[in-house]
Design a protein around this ligand. Structure first.
Ligand code: HEM
Length: 149
């Protein structure tokens, strides 16, 4: 984070977010029958169904993200042929309601981490507690105390 160029750092942050999405599940309701191709068969989801999208499973799908999908690899070659699939896959959602703050989120994370990691004598005084947020089906880190000698 302190020595790489901006493109490399953003790629690294996207890869971390792919593996540990802050939001674990997204929901969509179908407005019409939805036909999905699955290998040699077709699956029809009826209009009005509520679909839960498991972001951890989608982001770790080998046919989309390539080999060793659960390994952290910023230089990974995406397997998906669709150029619209970004490196963080679904961590910022997709479609009309995709996160409008995605670019700000990555930029502010980059600025924050570079400023804090540059501090001399930075140390962890208390590791964070990790809890589960039922609303977004994701992790929450709290009470992470750091200090500078
Ligand atoms: C790492 C930080 C962030 C993550 C992981 C994140 C993730 C998400 C996700 C998963 C959604 C739902 C997208 C969907 O339903 O397809 C969302 C929506 C949204 N996010 Fe973020 N977000 C982040 C930061 C931000 C920031 C910094 C802003 C504003 C500056 C922001 C503004 C929004 C807004 C306005 C929506 C609602 C979009 C809509 O429903 O049309 N987010 N975000």
């Amino acid at each position: 984070m302190l020595t790489a160029d901006q493109e490399t750092r953003y790629t690294f942050l996207h890869e971390l977010l792919r593996l540990e999405p802050v939001v674990g599940s997204l929901y969509r309701r179908t407005t019409a029958d939805l036909t999905l191709d699955h290998q040699t068969s077709k699956v029809i989801i009826a209009a009005g169904s509520l679909i839960e999208l498991h972001l951890y499973a989608i982001n770790g799908e080998e046919s989309i993200v390539g080999q060793q999908p659960l390994h952290r690899c910023p230089n990974r070659k995406m397997a998906a042929r669709n150029p619209k699939v970004s490196q963080y896959v679904m961590s910022f959602g997709d479609g009309a309601h995709r996160c409008s703050g995605a670019y700000i989120a990555i930029q502010e994370s980059d600025i924050f981490l570079r400023r804090i990691l540059r501090l001399e004598g930075l140390r962890i005084e208390q590791p964070p507690t990790v809890t589960y947020n039922q609303t977004v089906k994701g992790y929450e880190l709290r009470n992470f105390i750091i200090a500078v000698d």
